[in-house]
Design a protein around this ligand. Structure first.
Ligand code: HEM
Length: 390
């Protein structure tokens, strides 16, 4: 039977999980952690194999608070055809072709507008003043919700995340999700009625326009998943890239000189600190991982944050290094639930926002790097980034 490690606390994981994962990879790569209520899987080979085998490791976990928080069983908690049907309905809005043809020009305009309004020569918080609002605006555009404010989108996203992680059943968190669900439902209905000029290309538009559309409740829950899972990650990854580049001057000089390196800078940032650090899967029949028995019904947590630092793949995985030899990573997941927003995120951050920022402000500075705080167990990134644009 699997070993248990009760020395690990949630607080430690939220503050800095990486030393814990390093120890677990070496000593107990398959281990139950009572503080989390899951069996943690920390080696890259295992996390990948689990996600690639949905028959044995199902996404359908009836015991998570996600269904209560979203008011629906979302595509992330479905398997097989049931999952694919809902996924395929929304995917065309974020395909590489659609991102290139339709969204690139709009996103460039948003980036310009949001960079223009940043103060020059005085300190500001890049996380709160750019990363969050920029992510919210781009995602609102692609989803087809132009009337939702940046503040609303960010609040809805955070409230859904808090609700989906509300294992303790705190009533206030579900009251917040109920309120946010009502507001999102109104906003979605309003956007369908108003149909702005990009509606037909948007996630809402592609789902409602097909000849044989999925049911309205699924359209709504797909949009909510993209709000809950599409704001924090671009926000956290662009903040992480900036931290990585500004604390490594030779890498920063390299991207300024060769902007095509921004793609590497972005991929390395999500490898280094995965914005979604963990994903859960329920075991459908008795099995073994790394020779350790796991009974049917148990929930394993694949820790992609740990997989991305695995010594078997990466040398000095704890360092930010855009020139590292092995660049593949699991930050966007694996298998049938592979992130739907991958191309969109790359375009928003690596192709548009970073080159624009560094082109205008090649000498921007991170003041007091030691003041930057990193937080999060499920989702992780810096929660502040004091910058001066020069
Ligand atoms: C750097 C940015 C991002 C990262 C690192 C990221 C990461 C991930 C990961 C790891 C998963 C898989 C979770 C699992 O296996 O259980 C996922 C799924 C998903 N992501 Fe992202 N994400 C990012 C941005 C976005 C954006 C911008 C959107 C949309 C606006 C988005 C939409 C989705 C959706 C809809 C799914 C569920 C796919 C499915 O279940 O079939 N993501 N993401």
């Amino acid at each position: 039977m699997y070993p248990t490690d009760d020395s690990v606390s949630i607080d430690q994981l939220v503050l800095d999980p990486y030393p814990i994962y390093r120890r677990l990879r070496a000593e107990a790569p398959v281990v139950a952690v009572p503080a989390v209520g899951r069996i943690l899987i920390t080696k890259a080979e295992d996390t990948q194999a689990i996600k690639m085998n949905p028959e044995l490791f199902s996404s359908d976990d009836p015991d998570t608070p996600m269904e209560r928080a979203f008011g629906a069983k979302t595509l992330m908690r479905r398997d097989g055809e049931d999952h694919m049907r809902l996924r395929k309905a929304m995917m065309p809005s974020m395909s590489p072709g659609q991102v290139k043809r339709v969204w690139t020009e709009q996103i460039e305009q948003i980036a310009e507008q949001y960079i223009d309004r940043l103060p020059r020569g005085e300190a500001f918080d890049f996380f709160a003043d750019f990363a969050g609002p920029y992510s919210a605006r781009c995602v609102a555009l692609v989803l087809g919700l132009p009337s939702a404010s940046d503040q609303d989108i960010q609040r809805w996203s955070q409230v859904l995340i808090d609700g989906a992680g509300n294992f303790g059943g705190i009533p206030e968190l579900f009251e917040n999700t109920d309120k946010a669900n009502r507001e999102m439902n109104d906003c979605i209905a309003h956007s369908i009625k108003e149909k702005n000029e990009y509606f037909e290309f948007s996630a809402l538009g592609v789902q409602t326009a097909v000849a044989d559309p999925i049911e309205y409740e699924h359209i709504v829950s797909n949009i909510k998943i993209a709000i809950g899972g599409g704001i924090n990650e671009p926000r956290d990854s662009i903040t992480t890239v900036l931290y990585g580049l500004l604390t490594n001057p030779e890498q920063r000089d390299a991207v300024v000189e060769k902007p095509e390196l921004f793609a590497q800078a972005f991929e390395e940032a999500v490898r280094w600190v995965a914005p979604i650090q963990v994903s859960s899967r329920r075991v459908t029949s008795d099995t073994q991982v790394r020779g350790i028995d796991i009974p049917q019904g148990k929930v394993v947590m694949t820790v992609q944050a740990s997989a991305n630092h695995d010594e078997e793949i990466y040398e000095d995985g704890h360092m930010y290094d855009i020139f590292r030899k092995n660049k593949r990573h699991q930050a966007f997941g694996n298998g049938p639930h592979f992130c739907m927003g991958t191309h969109l995120s790359r375009r928003m951050i690596a192709d548009i926002a970073l080159p624009m920022l560094f082109n205008r402000y090649p000498k921007m500075e991170l003041i007091q790097p030691a003041e930057v705080k990193w937080r999060g167990f499920g989702f992780r990134g810096p929660i502040n980034l004091p910058i001066i644009l020069k």
